[in-house]
Design a protein around this ligand. Structure first.
Ligand code: ZN
Length: 456
């Protein structure tokens, strides 16, 4: 019995130390929060599955944009906006960031726009362009929704920044098991399927924001998996598993704002998938794990907060016209679409781009935590690649931030082929294998500039 008592006493002391540490840090931060509903008032076509062109028919769950504003003791501020959306492309994101900058005097590096990649939310586009199967009215509704969304993103960010109150930050991480590598090897090449032996990142990073009197005010959590439990047969709006996880956490902690930020899940799907029941179950699984982490001891997060952002100039593959013609007619479906778009561009007299400038951000929290915010649909290989480049500890890797332009494959994935090699979809082009090293080097450079301690 005695050893048991000793262990209990040790745990109590440990927990007490961590909490004392958190109390001591209570003047370290100010935090401000805001939430806005972004559920469309008129049905618009849903995003993510090309074969599904009709507007949504019902609302299973409201969708939201949520903002967390932070200020450290030196007055460095930043704002993170998370959304239940497919992905915010540069054309939509940058005017929003410019307006936030004008209103708040923040630098661009201090603003992070993140999307959960739910495939059960509206299509986003500023041009009134109707895809095949879409009516002109649908196209108008998409553009009107997107313009209204931009206003709401500016509003939610500025609101959070106007509500800064003393706060303390801490973080921890857990694990959830429903992410499945989806690159299935077959005799026909790599298909979108199920690959139980493939790599996935099962980490559930959790940051908690408490008031000065230790009341939970917000929870930021992540998971590296496509928000695609629901498939092209679904016409009901929701945040998919990430939306249901946020709702679960807010039910358990009604006073707190739950925010989701997706990781390197470009080649992971939920497993199993295909029904609303599974979406709710995965949401509950993730929500329960976040609540379990919240119930335990967290590591304090201190300032200062240093935010840096830069563009990585990622090389694209050069192709001759005859290469592209062959890819457009004989290539796999993931290749043909982009090849056709590149040919159309050449026909207009345009030159094919040789690089794509992709935003990369790093937010360094004192010596406690580095948040790497990648853009695009980043495959899981970048988790070990970045761990090797900047060290595996005190690291939170997010993707789908600032500009969702297409998939970002690794050199390995490009060699193997498959859907994640389809390249850019907001413009034309396929990434070259050398893009991997350019991105990793840019993250390392930014991490150093932000003050993360790096091994040589
Ligand atoms: Zn995707």
């Amino acid at each position: 019995m005695k050893p048991f008592l000793n262990i209990t006493a040790t745990l109590l002391v440990l927990r007490g130390t961590l909490l004392l540490h958190a109390d001591a840090a209570q003047t370290e931060w100010k935090a401000g929060l805001a939430t806005v509903t972004i559920t469309p008032e008129t049905p618009v076509p849903m995003a993510g599955y090309a074969s599904r062109t009709k507007p949504f028919e019902s609302v299973a769950q409201q969708i939201y944009a949520k903002a967390l504003a932070l200020e450290d003791q030196q007055g460095h501020r930043a704002v993170l906006v998370t959304t239940d959306l497919i992905g915010i492309a540069r054309a939509v994101a940058e005017p929003v960031c410019e307006r936030i900058q004008e209103k708040t005097k923040l630098a661009r590096s201090q603003i992070l726009l993140s999307s959960s990649h739910t495939h059960s939310a509206p299509t986003l586009r500023l041009e009134e362009h109707a895809d095949a199967g879409m009516t002109p009215e649908d196209a108008r509704n998409i553009a009107a929704y997107t313009r209204g969304l931009q206003d709401k993103l500016v509003e939610v960010a500025t609101q959070a920044l106007s509500r800064l109150e003393p706060a303390q930050l801490s973080w921890g991480s857990g694990v959830a098991d429903f992410a499945m590598n989806r690159r299935e090897f077959t005799t026909r090449g790599v298909i979108l399927g199920v690959n139980p032996r493939g790599l996935v990142d099962r980490t559930v990073p959790v940051m908690r924001v408490d008031s000065a009197d230790s009341k939970l005010r917000a929870v930021l959590f992540g998971y590296a998996c496509h928000n695609t439990t629901l498939t092209q047969t679904n016409f009901s709006l929701s945040g998919d598993y990430a939306g249901f996880a946020q709702a679960y956490i807010q039910e358990q902690h009604p006073e707190a704002q739950a925010m989701f930020m997706i990781g390197c899940g470009g080649d992971a799907n939920p497993y199993p998938r295909g029904t609303m029941k599974y979406a709710r179950e995965h949401g509950a699984t993730l929500g329960q794990e976040v609540c379990r982490i919240l119930d335990g001891a967290q590591r304090p997060v201190s300032g200062p907060l240093t935010c840096v952002l830069d563009q990585a100039s990622l090389p694209l593959q050069p192709f001759s016209r005859s290469d592209l013609e062959k890819m457009a007619t004989d290539g796999p479906s993931w290749q043909a679409g982009n090849a056709k778009a590149m040919l159309a561009k050449l026909d207009q007299g345009a030159k094919a781009a040789s690089t794509y400038d992709c935003p990369v951000a790093v937010w360094q929290f004192g010596t406690n935590l580095t948040l790497v915010a990648l853009s695009g649909e980043v495959v899981v290989d970048y988790v070990p690649l970045l761990e090797q480049a900047i060290g595996p500890l005190q690291l939170w890797i997010a993707a789908y931030c600032n500009d969702v332009f297409g998939y970002f494959p690794s050199a390995r994935v490009l060699k193997e082929g498959g859907y994640e090699c389809r390249g850019l979809y907001t413009t034309e082009g396929f990434f070259a294998p050398g893009a991997q090293d350019v991105l990793v080097a840019k993250v390392r450079d930014l991490a150093r500039r932000a003050g993360r301690k790096l091994a040589d």
